[in-house]
Design a protein around this ligand. Sequence first.
Ligand code: SF4
Length: 521
Amino acid sequence: MKALLVYPRFPTTYWGFQYSLSLAGKKAALPPLGLITLAAQLPSSWELRLRDLNIQPLSNADLEWANAVLVGGMRVQMPSMHEVIARAKKMGRRTVVGGPAPSTAPEEFDDADVVFQGEAEGRIDALVSAIESQGQQRVSDSDNRPDVSLAPVPRYDLLELRHYASMSIQYSRGCPFHCEFCDVIELFGQVPRVKSSQQLMAELAALHDIGYRGTIFFVDDNFIGNRRMVKQFLPELTQWQRERGYPFELYTEASVNLAGDESLVAAMVEAGFSSVFLGIESPSADALREAGKKQNLKMDLGEVVDRLTRVGLEVMGGFIVGFDSDTAEVFEAQRTFLSRTPIPLAMVGMLTALPGTQLSRRLEREGRLRTQSTGDQFGRPNFEPSMNERTLLNGYANLMRDLYTADSYYDRCEAYLDRATAPLGRRRIEVRDLLTVLRTSLKVGLIGSGRKRYWRLLVRAFRRTPRFVPWAIVKGIMGEHMIQYTLRDVLPRLERAIEDLTDRTPSRVDLAIAPDPLTAH
Ligand code: SF4
């Protein structure tokens, strides 16, 4: 069997950094970890080819070569997934889909010959048999979550490493919390399953052995879902890193209760973690209660960010507007929160009802669900919102515009710089880093809209300690994307969504006259 593994194209997104990857000489932010993990489980007699459409096109020659085309991805990749399926079918190839999108909404993949729901570990025989059979095959998710200790070392060797800004690795699946809008717990359950330390060390060693050095994203949706196990694992990770001179800088996602566990935070920093994505969601207690996000109600969220910042864990924050309890005041509350907290990379999304979630089920019961989400947060909501829709879209557009002016972005960077512990500066500077500095100086420092602020950040970083300078350059690169993406994609799409509204009654918030408090403070 010749199996072609295809990772579909992502549209431009905040976390894809498409507007600035070229500054770092990269084509994609992250590799297709799910597909290379699957690749390691397919029969060793099969011939495999991997094509990541985010770094290369899919050629007819690739499709001609294959007997079966396996496509895996998330909802935002669905248009590209369907394109690949159509091309492969036209050439008479067997088409197979799996991953998060078909797992939560298999009915949206009637065009594929095989739809595989759920995780592959321990179920690979069922997948292989479906691929080798004739006609349409549906392999439903099993009630028993597989033991992740069965997961093999991903086939990192299939990747063209040089094209990726970061590598990724997975320690655990599942999260013990109960957030209403979250599809992670539907996909992976609420009992976090962790890999053994030996497994993780083998994965890190595989990356190290093929010559990779740089950042690694632990893709776990909540890295501290099983705190007892992660505390056992971190000292071993620290030792591994120390013995090799810290070849990897690590980042991940976690729940906000991380900040309440000092020893855990210290162990993460010691192991080489330098940033963490937190789902902060909202400064509104009513919104957090409504979303079932109880863990965020137990701590002062500003204090959470401050504590992590002070020890050198940069917080990337996720925020949401459009909860039922949100009123027009929520936009100002989000602005105020963000203007007081040192979070350079803050992403505010509009509440979306993803398929299979508690939120989606509730809205359906209430007769408010409009369509299945496409994963796009910058259009009209896929359900009837409680807030006047025009007010919601206008308020959201204003908030996004304010958040990613060059001034407000660099203000947040400076706030971080003023409060954070200096990085340890463990990474060696290489020739490719100098090229990145040169390209960034030209694009961000000479013609970028925030060029003055970029140089000001560099000078401030240097004055605090030269060890902050690489951080400041990376922030310049990331900021370029955030600012450009907001301006060129997010705001025009939101403006189109506002124009689409049939209800043309004026609302209290108007895009043209909205204040700019983030940049005015
Ligand atoms: S903490 Fe994060 S991963 Fe866990 S249920 Fe809530 S949103 Fe999902």
